[in-house]
Design a protein around this ligand. Sequence first.
Ligand code: ATP
Length: 262
Amino acid sequence: MTSAVTIPRHGGTGGRTAVAARARQVVKAYGSGETRVVALDHVDVDIDRGRFTAIMGPSGSGKSTLMHCLAGLDTVTSGQIYLDETEITGLRDKKLTRLRRDRIGFIFQAFNLLPTLSALENITLPMDIAGRRPDRAWLDRVVETVGLAGRLRHRPSELSGGQQQRVAVARALAARPEIIFGDEPTGNLDSRAGGEVLSFLRRSVDELGQTIVMVTHDPVAASHADRVLYLADGRIVDEMFQPTAETVLDRMKDFDARGRTS
Ligand SMILES: Nc1ncnc2c1ncn2[C@@H]1O[C@H](COP(=O)(O)OP(=O)(O)OP(=O)(O)O)[C@@H](O)[C@H]1O
């Protein structure tokens, strides 16, 4: 363990608010007239800092749209999104790009690693681009947390899918973003590799104080979260704290029985 690193704990928010991100009355509509689709219908949500939140719901319910709007990857039709105290809706492109680069981390289903770079070079690439010097002690801690020590000189093609996604997780964690968004981060992995990645995400919340929001279809993946939000037809219709795979699955069946899912 490296003692030089300050580890924020639950409750200790480092002077920031206990809510990492907020959506207020967010509407996102695509198209117009007959083809208009309301993907988000007046969504209000607070994302707690230092917690792991999963977003679930049937196909087309608005999960990715909500994540993209919260992360400033997509604009909203109306309403506001805040990252900590910064309202990101209304920020101009340049400022938004810088905010995403400096304050938000992403993990996608496709690992998006550069094939010619080593694992370590991939991990530090976003910081290199931003001209930021990686905090060595933090980087060591992250690499240790995601279990990559000994693999750092390997190229992505020399790593398994699970290891590649762990590099992507380390890349997201290395810059110490305020919040990490994951869109089906284990969607391309078998259950064992997926389980490993999920436990590293869990550890990064418990041990590094990271805030994570993850879209998933998988009750087992959702069971690693502290809280599950359920979307249906662009609205948050339910939530669950301290989920287990069984309780999540039961809740999904319940929705099915009530005809709320497609
Ligand atoms: N670029 C777009 N143009 C038009 N409609 C869109 C666009 N993106 C999403 N939609 C629509 O918005 C709704 C919500 O889509 P979204 O991708 O957020 O759902 P999801 O819950 O993430 O679905 P899935 O689980 O299938 O990925 C859907 O009806 C979808 O067809």
